[in-house]
Design a protein around this ligand. Structure first.
Ligand SMILES: Cc1cc2nc3c(=O)[nH]c(=O)nc-3n(C[C@H](O)[C@H](O)[C@H](O)COP(=O)(O)OP(=O)(O)OC[C@H]3O[C@@H](n4cnc5c(N)ncnc54)[C@H](O)[C@@H]3O)c2cc1C
Length: 343
């Protein structure tokens, strides 16, 4: 590969690596090399790296802890910027931290300060930036609930901007940053005082006990999103797109249609206002289904595990199989939660 970085750019991005294997930066342990790889240890580093990529007209990808991504076998043609700014500061009930801090470190800090609010999320791997991007959550709580402000780099206008919680437009595994591709630099959180530490520790123990029953290594968490069933119209719409992509006739969109296909869903798969993707997959008998080196987990049907040096293609094949079977049986189109790099 031609090295397009001049000496002066390399000086700007100290520690820049060439043809860096991305496998080791993801929890899936899958994927080929990035042409260039840079670890940004400060906000300034992040802004500099994005600027350099733009000047060189080089595609770039923002990587956090790599716990929610599938990297292509061919890797990424461009610069991967690993976000690793980990500043952390407490001011009363507020905590300010860098996007590259681990979510675990933020939660631990809040507990040390006698604060609470994100303990249900303990055990979710990855960074604060990655968690804000996808509004990570567990047990009915989401990181967005505790966000006060988020500082981002708007790469299009080369500007640092501030978003309030409302402006972040948090939803189920959604934030505005998934759509506007702004880069999360740091954030302020507001916690609650936690006089009853025992209660908080109990919550953490509960979370840990549930997580102990799920796979932890060589996976990327839930592959598919659950389906909130207040969104009938959205489901009908997704279904239409799916039909169109397969050259089938459109059915038109209506709330009634949504209700009709909910009837296909086993009642035990509907919990807390959503259809559980794991339950649908399990009902289809797909646990342990293996393609190449990847398998649907025996412990949790919404997890795909890299069992034996799996390729990204093996994971994609499994995703395709699951989506087809779920659609055939339940008339539901599953959306992926994991993000795809280099495809
Ligand atoms: C064992 C296991 C259990 C999990 N359990 C849960 C769970 O209970 N709940 C849950 O919600 N998730 C869960 N996940 C998924 C994952 O941990 C979360 O989505 C996590 O928040 C991703 O953070 P990350 O730093 O690893 O992001 P990455 O995987 O590195 O990136 C994910 C996406 O975020 C973008 N991104 C990352 N940082 C930034 C930034 N600073 N600015 C802009 N974009 C950015 C990336 O470009 C990418 O598109 C689990 C994963 C594993 C492996």
């Amino acid at each position: 590969m031609r090295d397009i970085f001049s000496k002066s750019w390399k000086k700007e991005l100290a520690g820049l690596r060439i043809s860096e294997d991305l496998k080791k930066y993801t929890t899936f342990k899958i994927g080929g090399p990035a042409d260039y790889f840079f670890t940004a240890k400060s906000k300034k580093d992040i802004i500099k790296a994005v600027g350099v990529a733009q000047d060189l007209k080089l595609p770039y990808y923002i990587l956090g802890g790599g716990s929610n991504v599938l990297v292509a076998d061919s890797g990424f043609r461009g610069l991967v910027i690993q976000i690793a700014n980990q500043e952390l500061e407490c001011r009363g009930r507020e905590i300010h931290c860098g996007a590259g801090l681990t979510l675990g470190a933020l939660i631990q800090k809040s507990l040390n300060q006698g604060l609470a609010g994100l303990e249900d999320l303990s055990g979710i791997p990855g960074t604060v930036g990655g968690a804000i991007y996808g509004n990570a959550g567990a047990f009915g709580h989401f990181i967005g609930e505790k966000v006060k402000t988020v500082w981002v780099l708007d790469p299009k206008h080369s500007q640092v901007k501030v978003y309030t919680q409302k402006e972040c437009q948090f939803g189920y595994r959604e934030s505005v940053f998934k759509r506007n591709h702004n880069i999360i630099l740091d954030a302020d959180f507001v916690f609650e005082p936690a006089p009853d530490k025992k209660r908080i520790l109990k919550k953490i123990e509960r979370a840990q006990a549930v997580r102990a029953r799920h796979p932890y290594k060589n996976c990327a968490g839930s592959v598919f999103k659950n389906i909130p069933f207040h969104g009938y119209a959205r489901l009908s719409w997704l279904r239409q797109i799916f039909r169109q992509s397969r050259g089938l006739q459109s059915e038109g969109s209506s709330e009634k249609q949504g209700e009709r296909f909910l009837k296909n869903v086993p009642s035990e798969c509907v919990q807390y206002g959503e259809i559980k993707a794991a339950c649908l997959i399990e009902k289809l008998g797909l646990k342990n289904k293996m393609m190449g080196g990847a398998a649907i987990s025996e412990q949790h049907a919404n997890f795909i595990v890299n069992k034996r040096e799996a390729k990204a293609k093996d994971v994609l094949d499994l995703i395709d199989l699951v989506r087809k079977k779920v659609y055939k049986k339940y008339r539901i189109v599953l959306e992926t939660e994991i993000q795809f790099v280099g495809f």
